[in-house]
Design a protein around this ligand. Structure first.
Ligand SMILES: [Zn+2]
Length: 644
């Protein structure tokens, strides 16, 4: 069998090249001067690895293909003025993750230097009509742009790295610090946006005792578990504060391809008298431990080895550990894995290049019609099924829209990930369709084919006990989750008054005595949405108009008028959508035309020199009020005047 999987996937920088670049830079950049008083013997001077490409390929940009995503410009919102930060205080601003699951993002400032920890991306709320996804509101950071020189990223999940392509140009390309796999996933995102060449990148390694001197900050990455390799927590030190961000984490002592969390290092960091711990609250109400990935691998292998026909496994492309388990099981059962979905193909490519996914090159192939020539019991189709957009791989298969795969009796479909909250109905419909087509479904109900990637209560206790913080801030969770996490912290030894339940936009100041207090001022952070190539706020008039159209339909009335006399020329034209039922449409149109004509003529008579804009407003209001009274419906009326 030929292996055409990697043939058309170029990789312009191999890992070896990276190491070489880093090695060269290490030799050239021995500037590790400590910027703060160093009273820790364990602090190592960290080599600073920098890979900076100066050139910006104008030609590439001019050949820009519209189908490729362009960088967007962040909306110019009215900047909010932050209260002044006192000299030698440390300030933390919770940008996201303190009112919901996900959205982890934080800003740390000491005097005139700012470091950002993670950013986020999330599905739009149902009210954000037309939006593809939401981004953090960093408008308050734009005036501080010159102070922001660094971003540290904990892990490579899409919701933690996608935002970079929108935010980096706005913030002037701060240097990104992240572990190896995360950087490679970021690379792909930035390449898609044509800004990779401008990015400044430092590859970190949680397995080495590096403490990076990043301006005034000292930063150290430590290994945790999540559901993607190289997930890290971060220790951040300023001259008057020592902080630990766990962000998304769990402890998994038998992860699929990752190493277990580095408990020794976490304990060692905890011995530095940590002032504040910000930690993942998602599973605060779940007792005991989160199930290990090893169990999931066993169950998946059981299904794969006992199934006769084609197997279609749907999971998230970022679950590289899970993907590796499936590929490994395919090899043991002599099946070939066909990858469906661009992100699935890309992530497997990256996983293989970095050595996270190990397999015979012939085991994995891009999904093509070649699958038809293989026996059913020799294939696995590994597909995306993100509910992000309706044209995900599995969706298209279920609704008969996939160009290659038609679901048929004898197929087995394994859903090896959780529906994203809010998309449960979408998933139920999908499952119904698959069953109607004759597929056998395997879901996590009653089967260990998916596990959470967040810590349950006992793991949260271990983290708090190892870090031993004076202050604690539950993060990444709805309020009830963070309250449960607070209770857990208090049940250990943290005092009630030292636990902060904050909101997004909260401002936390740490004084020179290392005391923490919540500022009375709170930022008002907008919902920022991306709608195609436009970034704006969810309260934009366009979104409101869409909401109104959805709720109350549309009436377009066209007036043809004489340019000089303003007299109406001929009958009005009318188009309505969703307003009238078939047997009433004629009558309703007649009423609208009559009312609109009267409104126009009366207004022109009363105010002959009225501006067109004002005239339209009056007609719109008149007709809308009339319809609300006459037929108890409230459509959006759009008058349009054509002068001839
Ligand atoms: Zn995550």
């Amino acid at each position: 069998m030929s292996n055409d999987f990697f043939d058309d996937l170029e990789s312009d920088i191999l890992w070896e090249d990276w190491s070489k670049i880093n090695q060269d830079k290490r030799a050239e950049t021995p500037d590790f001067s400590a910027t703060i008083e160093d009273n820790y013997e364990f602090v190592k001077k960290a080599p600073i690895h920098t890979h900076i490409k100066e050139s910006w390929d104008e030609e590439k940009l001019s050949n820009f293909n519209n189908t490729i995503e362009a960088p967007c410009v962040f909306p110019n919102l009215k900047p909010q003025i932050l209260p002044p930060l006192e000299k030698n205080f440390t300030r933390i601003i919770t940008i996201g993750g303190h009112n919901e699951v996900g959205k982890n993002s934080s800003m740390i400032q000491y005097n005139s230097e700012i470091l950002i920890v993670d950013g986020w991306l999330q599905f739009p709320e149902s009210t954000m009509l037309g939006a593809k996804y939401c981004l953090p509101d960093i408008s308050f950071l734009i005036p501080l742009k010159d102070k922001i020189k660094w971003i540290v990223i904990t892990h490579g999940h899409l919701d933690h790295i996608w935002w970079l392509k929108h935010i980096l140009p706005t913030l002037g390309y701060p240097t990104i610090y992240a572990p190896k796999l995360t950087i490679w996933l970021i690379k792909k995102q930035l390449e898609d946006a044509w800004i990779w060449d401008k990015a400044k990148i430092v590859v970190t390694n949680p397995d080495i005792d590096w403490i990076f001197n990043i301006g005034i900050f000292r930063v150290e990455f430590f290994r945790e578990n999540h559901n993607i390799p190289d997930a890290c927590g971060i220790y951040i030190e300023t001259p008057n504060a020592r902080l630990v961000y766990t962000w998304d984490f769990k402890f998994d002592f038998t992860p699929s391809i990752d190493k277990p969390a580095d408990l020794t290092k976490i304990w060692e960091i905890g011995s530095r008298w940590i002032d504040l711990l910000l930690s993942d609250s998602t599973n605060s109400l779940k007792e005991w431990f989160t199930q290990t990935e090893a169990d999931i691998g066993l169950e998946l292998h059981k299904i794969i080895s006992e199934t006769q026909g084609r197997i279609i496994i749907a999971t998230f492309a970022s679950l590289i550990g899970r993907i590796h388990q499936i590929i490994e099981s395919a090899e043991r059962t002599w099946r070939t894995v066909f990858l469906n979905g661009r992100s699935m193909v890309e992530n497997v490519r990256i996983g293989r290049e970095l050595g996270y996914v190990k397999c015979n090159p012939n085991t994995v192939r891009r999904l093509t019609n070649a699958i038809d020539s293989m026996p059913d019991d020799k294939v696995i189709i590994l597909t995306t099924w993100s509910q992000w957009e309706e044209f995900s791989g599995l969706y298209r298969m279920a609704y008969g829209e996939h160009p290659i795969i038609k679901i048929r009796p004898g197929d087995s479909v394994v859903l090896s990930s959780n529906p994203i909250p809010g998309n449960e109905r979408w998933v139920i419909n999908l499952m119904n369709e698959l069953i109607k087509l004759g597929a056998t479904l395997f879901t996590k109900d009653g089967m260990d084919i998916h596990t959470s990637w967040h810590a349950s209560r006992e793991e949260q206790k271990i983290m708090i006990n190892l870090i031993k913080p004076k202050y604690f801030m539950p993060a990444h969770g709805e309020l009830f989750m963070r309250v449960a996490h607070k209770k857990t912290a208090i049940s250990l030894w943290i005092s009630d008054k030292n636990v902060f339940l904050t909101d997004n936009g909260s401002v936390i100041d740490i004084d020179t005595e290392r005391k923490i207090r919540k500022n009375k001022f709170k930022l008002k952070l907008e919902d920022i949405i991306v709608d195609g190539h436009w970034i704006g706020i969810a309260t934009s008039h366009i979104i409101s108009a869409r909401a109104q159209m959805m709720k109350s339909w549309v009436v377009v009335i066209i007036f043809k008028v004489d340019d000089k006399t303003k007299a109406l020329l001929g009958p009005l034209k009318i188009e309505t959508r969703g307003l009238a039922y078939l047997d009433e449409v004629r009558e309703v149109h007649r009423m609208i035309i009559k009312k609109a004509r009267t409104s126009y003529e009366t207004t022109i008579k009363d105010i002959p020199d009225i501006e067109e804009k004002e005239l339209i407003k009056i007609i719109k209001k008149d007709v809308e009020s009339y319809l609300a009274y006459k037929i108890e419906r409230e459509p959006m009326v759009v008058p349009s005047i054509i002068t001839v």
